[in-house]
Write a protein that binds this ligand. Structure first.
Ligand code: ASP
Length: 580
């Protein structure tokens, strides 16, 4: 037996016990005649003491203990002289009677403690050392807990966890596929699933009416901060359901997680908001409703009054910063720079301070009377600051939405310990890509249109709403799904609309449409982003901390050095060697 207890287990009640512990030396302090060492495992830290007077040989051995040496000790639990109230084992120490050095360690490249001096890159290269640190261990424990809660909750509702294959054919979720060459079929490739979408629908056709899977998905997207090329979803599908059934089931799951994992005490049903309302009031389809500062529009109030920027804009609207009138010119200029960044890309910001006088950056174009109307439209109080953007509706609302979140962060209005979930509903079925002038499925091509909008499919596709829904938490989309098409003809029409020829649709998704001809039940589902959900429950934005072995922002695994090149003979074997 290597150990009788873990390093997080011993308490004052154990004083006098003989124990065996094993773990890593986090640090040691050599005093005259006595050495203190912190012994760490994933359960905690226990202080060891070595006393020269008791055993000079062990003391000499202990002197050699370096950071991260792996040891096993036997000894006696004693009450500590000076107690450490910061850790649960802080009232005791173990006086070591036998010491076995199980393995030595090179000096680690960064300190393995709660706070570390290692930079991101170094820690990613030595991820196995970073993972010894308790913040990361706690993150992975949280991840495990959430996974267990999800499995228990859904299993209790009769969901079955069923695995679907990784070596498949393209599933359209709007990203590029990662592909795997087939050695046995030269020139042929598997695609890794962007999601198990088609398989879970086929499981519904097969009669497994409640399916879930905590599953890896792969999307070859352009690099964006905090995106992982492989990530985990809680993927779910149900048959014989309507949208309402799905919303209630997964609202139940989300509430359960919020209440058991973070004790958020959420009792009320989640608010629901249409896509239209979200865009109008928050400028984004995943609103953070922990704070107000919602958008208002003043297009008709301010247009054609001689200010060319407003006159030429399709949309003029703004947000109101409570008590923002005391912002300095410099602070406002910073906000102007913020919205002019290429990522946001509007030309500027008009401001107005609601003080005794209504001072604005466009006073020469608008009378005090007119500016008073803005204040009313914004529902502003004295002391508030109005920030106004004029552009196309799309760009202006998006910019205001971003500015709102930016100010929310700056003003500390986004408390990570507060949880505000909601549903966003009634998404458009299709969106048009202006460049190619083609329609794309906003969710994916299997999403069903609202029955009452089906007649618009041919005449006005942009107006058709989908039976699709997103679950949003604190400004993050943590889940999305839809009621599916289960009729072959409607599915074929959808592929037509999306610009597939009949042959292309047949080649790519013929298997699904064929399945629809053999008694497909009505069905729908949802997938929750597991990494992101865990990160939010852990009160953090960075999902990498919640994944044991993540890729960096450039999609690389620095520890194993992947992706890497293949040797010629392997390329030959895969028929990938392109000579000349
Ligand atoms: N397959 C979808 C996704 O990955 C989710 C769903 O429609 O269930 O976003």
């Amino acid at each position: 037996m290597y150990r009788s207890h873990t390093c997080g287990e011993l308490r004052i009640e154990n004083a006098g016990n003989k124990v065996k512990l094993a773990g890593w030396i986090q640090r040691s302090r050599v005093l005259s005649g006595q050495i203190f060492a912190d012994l760490r495992d994933r359960y905690g830290i226990t202080q060891l003491s070595f006393i020269e007077e008791n055993d000079a040989a062990i003391f000499a051995q202990a002197k050699k203990l370096g950071r991260e040496f792996v040891v096993q000790i036997e000894g006696k639990v004693l009450e500590r002289q000076s107690k450490n109230t910061n850790i649960p084992t802080g009232e005791i120490e173990v006086e070591v009677e036998t010491l076995r050095i199980l393995n030595s360690s090179k000096t680690p490249p960064f300190t393995i403690e709660n706070d570390t001096d290692g930079g991101e890159e170094l820690r990613m290269t030595y991820r196995y050392l970073d993972l010894r640190r308790s913040p990361l261990q706690n993150a992975l424990k949280l991840r495990h807990k959430v996974a267990m809660e999800v499995r228990n909750y859904l299993a209790n509702l009769d969901f079955l966890e069923i695995e679907t294959p990784y070596l498949i054919k393209s599933t359209p979720e709007g990203a590029r596929d990662f592909v795997v060459p087939s050695r046995m079929h030269p020139g042929h490739f598997y695609a890794l699933p962007q999601s198990p979408q088609t398989f879970k629908q086929l499981l519904m056709v097969s009669g497994y009416d409640k399916y879930f899977q905590i599953v890896r998905c792969f999307r070859d997207e352009d690099l964006r901060a905090d995106r992982q090329p492989e990530f985990t979803q809680i993927d779910c599908e149900m048959a014989f359901v309507e949208q309402e059934d799905i919303l209630q089931t997964f609202e139940g799951l989300t509430k359960h997680l919020l209440n058991t994992v973070v004790d958020a005490k959420i009792e009320d049903t989640f608010p629901r908001m249409s896509y239209e309302e979200a865009m109008n009031r928050y400028g984004i389809d995943k609103p953070d409703i922990r704070f107000g500062m919602t958008l208002w529009e003043i297009t008709s109030l301010v247009k054609n009054k001689g200010f060319v920027v407003f006159d030429q804009a399709e949309y003029i609207g703004g947000i109101c910063v409570e008590n923002g009138a005391n912002m300095s010119r410099k602070e406002i200029d910073k906000l102007i720079d913020y919205v002019k960044r290429p990522q946001i890309g509007v030309k500027g910001l008009v401001w107005m301070k609601c003080d005794n006088e209504l001072k604005s950056s466009v006073d020469k174009f608008f009378t005090e009377e007119q500016r008073k109307e803005w204040k009313d439209a914004a529902n502003a109080k004295d002391g508030d600051l109005l920030l106004i953007i004029a552009d196309t509706q799309h760009r202006a609302r998006k910019a205001l939405g971003e500015l709102r979140l930016h100010l929310g962060n700056e003003l500390g209005l986004r408390n990570p310990n507060e949880f505000a979930p909601l549903w966003v509903l009634d998404f458009p079925l299709l969106e048009k890509d202006d460049e190619s002038n083609r329609w794309f499925a906003m969710h994916h091509p299997f999403t069903a249109p609202k029955p009452e909008d089906i007649h618009l499919l041919e005449s006005d596709p942009g107006a058709v709403r989908a039976n699709a829904y997103d679950l949003v938490l604190n400004g993050n989309e943590i889940g999305g799904g839809s009621i599916r098409i289960f009729d072959r003809e409607l599915q074929a029409t959808m592929f037509d609309l999306l610009g597939f020829t009949r042959e292309e649709a047949e080649a790519q998704f013929g298997f699904l449409m064929q399945a629809f001809e053999y008694g497909a039940p009505p069905h729908g589902g949802i997938a929750l982003g597991f990494d992101r959900l865990v990160a939010i429950l852990g009160g953090q934005e960075n999902i990498r901390n919640f994944i044991a072995f993540p890729k960096n922002n450039a999609g690389r695994d620095l520890m194993i050095d992947a992706p890497s090149i293949l040797h010629n003979d392997q390329l030959d074997e895969l028929s990938l060697n392109i000579k000349d």
